[in-house]
Design a binder for this molecule. Structure first.
Ligand code: GLN
Length: 331
């Protein structure tokens, strides 16, 4: 347990925290053996199954980077948090909450069953595929590039540079998309889509194929942790209410059908993707001063070996360990 530090902003403490995280990453790297890289999108199978990395960016200026921090990967379902925020910014929160509910499904991210079985009036939340495709259909614009523009713009505002699309992952996802097409046709049939189905799906595949690094995720997490404000200059990038709802949904629905367990054992709003990335936002907390990052931080994790629910196996265990050691839970 890290204890007895009065001032966390010194180089010495930074080095000390770095050593802890390096040890934990080395330990949890072995846990990548308990998972498998996603194969249903063939291009994702090229990822290194042993990779594990983490970046923690604190509001106090401390950054800890450990493990495989340089590997780029695609956003996949992490994009659902971004497009939901963008759709709320473009169309208004109350409008978007009429299009999509805010209830966890307890089912796999690509489940179609609940839509018909429960005769839902709208998709249950924006973070499963049905809800995310519905949200994407509400983005303004007549082409997939038009629809994607405000998504790339928000990412650029947060990251300081415009992220690129990974054309190979996009093609691979588009060419292996029978499941998402089935979901799309169902949504079309029940009248949930606002745009042409093909354009909506093309946009959805593109948003999932945006390349990022865990430095990027940590930065986005830090902005969300700060209720949408850039801690560097105090600028509001995402309106507070939208950042708040996005974090609530990350906590209740962000880790697919493992969201309840993640909230219980880790207790941090987070969103995962099948490429192995996890975006986490740790808001400022009232805690014992001997804990680091009490004024909040953003965390990016990458570990493409996935567990049953489609989350990074080693990534979740590493986050759980750090959250326990440093008391990061929001509760
Ligand atoms: N692009 C993936 C899909 O639609 C995203 C899913 C995920 O990351 N869980 O299947």
């Amino acid at each position: 347990m890290v204890q007895g530090i009065a001032n966390w902003n010194t180089e010495e403490t930074e080095e000390w925290l770095q050593q802890y995280v390096d040890d934990w990453v080395a330990f949890y790297r072995k846990h990548t053996n308990d998972g498998e890289v996603a194969s249903y999108i063939p291009e994702l199978q090229k990822a290194n199954p042993d990779a594990l990395g983490i970046v923690i960016k604190g509001n106090n200026g401390i950054t800890i980077r450990s493990g495989d921090t340089e590997d780029p990967f695609t956003l996949q379902s992490i994009s659902k948090a971004i497009t939901f925020a963008v759709a709320c910014m473009e169309r208004g929160v109350s409008y978007m909450l009429q299009q999509v509910d805010v209830e966890p499904t307890g089912e796999a991210f690509n489940s179609i069953m609940h839509l018909e079985m429960k005769q839902v009036k709208k998709p249950l939340n924006p973070f499963n595929n049905a809800g995310a495709i519905t949200v994407t259909s509400a983005l303004p614009g007549d082409t997939s590039d038009d629809k994607l523009e405000p998504v790339l713009k928000l990412l650029e505002d947060m990251l300081g540079n415009r992220p690129e699309l990974n054309a190979d992952v996009f093609k691979s996802e588009r060419d292996s998309s029978t499941r998402n097409r089935a979901i799309g046709y169902y949504l079309l049939e029940v009248g949930f889509l606002e745009s042409d189905l093909d354009i909506t799906l093309e946009t959805y595949f593109k948003q999932c194929s945006i390349d990022v690094t865990i430095d990027d995720l940590a930065r986005i997490g830090m902005i969300l942790a700060n209720d949408g404000m850039d801690p560097k200059n105090g600028e509001e990038i995402i309106p507070r209410q939208i950042a708040r709802i996005t974090k609530v949904l990350m906590l209740t629905c962000g880790m697919y059908d493992a969201s309840g367990k993640f909230a219980t054992y880790v207790g941090i709003p987070a969103k995962s993707g099948v490429s192995g990335g996890i975006l986490a936002a740790v808001p400022p907390r009232v805690r014992d001063e001997s804990m680091p990052f009490t004024d909040g931080c953003g965390i990016g994790v990458y570990g493409p070996a996935l567990g049953e629910e489609g989350n990074s196996v080693a990534g979740i265990r590493l986050l759980r360990h750090i959250a326990t050691q440093w008391d990061l839970s929001i509760f």
